[in-house]
Design a protein around this ligand. Structure first.
Ligand SMILES: Nc1ncnc2c1ncn2[C@@H]1O[C@H](COP(=O)(O)OP(=O)(O)OP(=O)(O)O)[C@@H](O)[C@H]1O
Length: 850
């Protein structure tokens, strides 16, 4: 390393000097060294405290984009920092590799989903490597490989044996043109995304996991997650949706011959009820349809439309007046009409609801359409008028009004009263219900984990014997016609029944890909060949200390993983309640979206000056949205890494804004990061070593920075850490050569190492240090140097500021008083008088009462 003089240079000069840092060369060299030495391989038994840092693994959709870079850089800084602070770190990476896009690629391009997926994995892995992430690649896994999903099948069978899996008929979205089941996201405005046909509901036998058995645990367990964002906990709480309500019967009015049982979470609004709505497949509706062709035709119509909650919310509310009526439970003379309605589902509650239009939006839409009464029973502020105007239901809190004996009560008090009366009078009973449904895991798709079940006419659903696992997906399938190719494979599904030996058939549904991501973090911690994980090893690492991922996974993925972990505990496979002790949800990297003249999404690369580069036709610039492959608004980091090197890209992703905040991608600023990397290099490379002399302010700055940067990284406040490092570098650059300055430069190398690891290694080697900086110890700070040792004290006379004094910190009251009374200004002001009273607040102020 060239020893130059310690003379200061302006940053602008630095980049044009000869000894420019060659990032591309250094990046490749250090990445190769880390690889060769297995630097980031986690050892199960090193004796050091364990730290498990994990980012949500990506779907291998093609290339990584800046969103991934942001997510993975944050995890990487923490992982590297934990290593330097003496931890054995597990920081693995893998691929959430099953799912629809691979099947779509197969249909569009004629390439096998496996080929497409594995090629994407290779590309993305190479891209991640170029960013220098400290990942333990020896533990890499891809969920689409039998050595992963075979173990998942074993776990599925464990849960099956443990009574947590069952099969039930349930509705799916059916595309009548493509003759296939559609995933919810393939239903767009009630139509099949490819065929454009109106989607129907169909009943199919499907597999479910009993997540509802754990509803209370999953809800109450949120209280123990101190290191999770409140917003995520709230989202989970709402999703589980525990509420107390009333199941009760409306007595029939002739000619109806049976009561209608409903469930309501708002029994407090019972005096606002104006109708009862039943599902199309409710027994009363079915019975009517057998005699009334109009009712039968309406029920057919109800089959249109998807099954998602969102669909049910948004689709037009349709009803059929059965002509039947029921009695209000509190008034034998009050009757309510009974409608068949398309928004009521049979497998939800009792398949019947009471309609309270003033206080439920769905009911209000319905009541306005069919001209039913709308009566206010909860006051909205001062508004108590029973006539409810407008088209927006009031769902907020308030006093109960227009409700006889309930008037004046709060919503909760009224609920309690109605439940108590119903129970005393024997027409209903209170119960706790959950919004959470059991998890339907069957997907009528090819590219997923085959469900390890064999169907036999004689024996029913029989688990695949363990020694026959994995049930491997056949590769010889075609996608030329819609539907699940497993269904039409010539041989794959035919198999003798393991129980009776007769002809039987494999289950052709595959598992929801959320199952794959519900336990991958366990497999990362321990991956023996012969079982899903070795419990004692897994428990050494788990729970994950810090999990980092997008808030878009706040509900489903995180809830399913929490459930899976508890389910494994329930069947005695793992002794752990919560999989992720700490959670951080990074803000999204966003970017404008572009659409071509004919409505295709375009990548920013395909647009020049507002026109599609290829066709010259104008493009539509859409909203700024989360960078994502599906909207094609991705920016590939690779050309940027080519130009500026990995460290500049990493630094840039960390420095720009608070990590929890969204960040609109722009290349402005990357050059600034590159210049800073160069500046660091000049500082590290240009230091004159071994000079004597100390520089106390610089020592203080250094120790404050060591403490502050460590705390910021621990709190994942990377932008703050970066700001402190800028300040330190400024201070070092300004300082005259001294031993302090040399020490500060050495420490700065360590402090920036988690963020710009290639440059840090290069500098470390250049000063002749043994070993890697990745393995070096994080610098320690001297607490005595963290405090400023002088304070400014205000001196007041009769409450008015008259002077200030700079004094050593921590002086006694007597010392401060003496100093104040000796001040020239005060001596002049007092003019020989002795103050009547002296009030001293140490390190802050002195007030003299004259
Ligand atoms: N634009 C983004 N900004 C920040 N983080 C992102 C962004 N896109 C994905 N991530 C994060 O990357 C991790 C892996 O996500 P994954 O690859 O499954 O993302 P995705 O949303 O499916 O992306 P894509 O839509 O491009 O495939 C997740 O933690 C996710 O939140």
């Amino acid at each position: 390393m060239p020893a130059t003089s310690g003379a200061r240079r302006s940053p602008a000069d630095l980049t044009i000097m000869a000894s420019r840092y060659n990032a591309l060369k250094s990046d490749a060299a250090w990445q190769a060294i880390w690889d060769e030495r297995g630097t980031f391989a986690a050892r199960d038994d090193s004796g050091k405290p364990h730290a498990y840092v994990l980012e949500m693994f990506p779907y291998p959709s093609g290339k990584i984009h800046m969103g991934h870079v942001r997510n993975y850089t944050m995890g990487d800084v923490l992982a590297r920092y934990r290593r330097m602070t003496g931890h054995e770190v597990l920081h693995p990476m893998g691929w959430d590799a099953f799912g629809m896009p691979a099947e779509n690629a197969a249909m569009d391009k004629g390439v096998h989903p496996g080929t497409w997926t594995r090629a994407n994995i290779a590309t993305m892995k190479a891209q991640l490597k170029r960013l220098g992430f400290a990942l333990d690649w020896s533990r890499e896994l891809a969920t689409c490989e039998p050595d992963y999903y075979g173990h998942e099948q074993a776990l599925f069978l464990d849960l099956f044996a443990g009574g947590l899996v069952y099969r039930k008929e349930s509705s799916v979205n059916w595309d009548p043109v493509d003759m296939t089941v559609l995933a919810n996201e393939q239903v767009i405005d009630g139509k099949g995304w490819r065929s454009g046909a109106t989607v129907e509901k169909r009943k199919l036998n499907q597999w479910f996991l009993k997540i509802t058995d754990f509803a209370d645990e999953l809800l109450d367990g949120l209280g123990d997650l101190a290191h999770w964002p409140d917003k995520v906990k709230l989202m989970q709480e709402n999703w589980i949706g525990r509420s107390r309500g009333l199941t009760f019967r409306f007595a029939p009015v002739v000619p109806l011959d049976q009561p209608i049982e409903v469930y309501s979470t708002r029994p407090d609004t019972i005096f606002g009820a104006s109708f009862v709505a039943i599902a199309a497949d409710h027994p009363v509706a079915q019975e009517l349809a057998s005699r009334d062709p109009d009712a039968a035709a309406f029920i057919e119509r109800c089959k249109e439309g998807g099954t998602t909650a969102a669909e049910l919310e948004t689709q037009e509310k349709l009803g059929f007046d059965t002509g039947y009526a029921v009695q209000h439970p509190f008034d034998a003379d009050w009757t309510l009409p009974v409608y068949i309605a398309n928004f009521v589902l049979m497998d939800y509650g009792t398949g019947a609801v009471m309609g309270v239009p003033a206080h439920d939006q769905r009911d209000l839409d319905f009541a306005r359409k069919y001209a039913l009464d709308v009566t206010r029973v909860v006051a909205e502020g001062d508004t108590v008028d029973p006539v409810f105007a407008g088209d927006t239901a009031y769902t907020g809190p308030g006093r109960i009004v227009n409700s006889r004996f309930l008037d004046g009560l709060s919503v909760d008090e009224a609920k309690g009263q109605v439940i108590a009366r119903a129970e005393a009078e024997g027409w209903g009973s209170g119960s706790t219900v959950y919004r959470l449904r059991d998890w339907g895991v069957s997907r009528q798709r090819y590219w997923g984990t085959p469900i390890p079940i064999i169907h036999c006419d004689a024996c029913g659903a029989v688990p695949v014997p363990r020694e026959q696992l994995p049930v491997v997906l056949p590769e010889d399938v075609s996608f030329d016609i819609p539907g699940n190719p497993l269904d039409r494979h010539p041989t794959w599904r035919h198999i003798p029944c393991p129980s009776c030996g007769g002809d039987a058939a494999r289950e052709t549904d595959t598992l929801d890909t959320f199952v794959d991501s519900s336990w991958y973090f366990i497999r990362f911690a321990s991956q023996p060949d012969d079982k899903p994980f070795d419990r004692s090893v897994a428990e050494k690492w788990l729970p994950v200390g810090q999990y980092i991922g997008g808030v878009e996974h706040a509900i489903l993925h995180l809830l399913y993983a929490r459930f899976w972990t508890r389910a494994l505990r329930h069947i005695g496979k793992l002794d752990m309640a919560e999989p992720f002790a700490g959670l951080f949800t990074q803000g999204m990297v966003t970017h404008a979206t572009f659409r071509s003249d004919d409505g295709r999404w375009l990548n920013p690369d395909e647009v020049t000056d507002g026109k599609e580069t290829a066709t010259g036709l104008p493009v539509t610039i859409g909203r700024v949205e989360k960078m994502s492959k599906s909207k094609k608004n991705t920016v590939d980091p690779e050309p940027i890494v080519d130009q500026y090197g990995a460290d500049a890209v990493r630094w840039f992703m960390l420095s720009d804004s608070p990590p929890e905040r969204d960040l609109e991608w722009s290349e402005n600023g990357i050059e600034g990061s590159w210049r800073f990397v160069q500046r660091l290099w000049r500082l590290f490379d240009g230091d004159a070593v071994g000079e004597a002399g100390s520089d106390v302010p610089l020592d203080r700055k250094l120790h404050q920075t060591i403490a502050g940067v460590g705390a910021d990284i621990e709190a994942l406040q990377f932008n703050k850490a970066v700001a402190k490092l800028y300040e330190l570098v400024n201070a070092i650059e300004r300082a005259q050569p001294s031993a302090s300055r040399t020490a500060a430069i050495r420490a700065a190398m360590l402090l920036v190492a988690p963020m710009v690891p290639h440059l840090a290694e290069e500098a470390w080697a250049a000063i002749g240090r043994e070993g890697l900086i990745a393995d070096a110890d994080w610098p320690t700070f001297d607490p005595a140097l963290l405090v400023e040792d002088e304070v400014t004290i205000a001196i007041q006379v009769n409450g008015k500021l008259r002077d200030t004094l700079v004094l050593p910190k921590g002086q006694s009251k007597a010392e401060i008083e003496a100093a104040a009374l000796a001040s020239d200004k005060i001596v002049r002001l007092l003019d020989g008088q002795t103050p009547r009273k002296v009030i001293v607040v140490p390190d802050r102020l002195v007030n003299l009462v004259a």
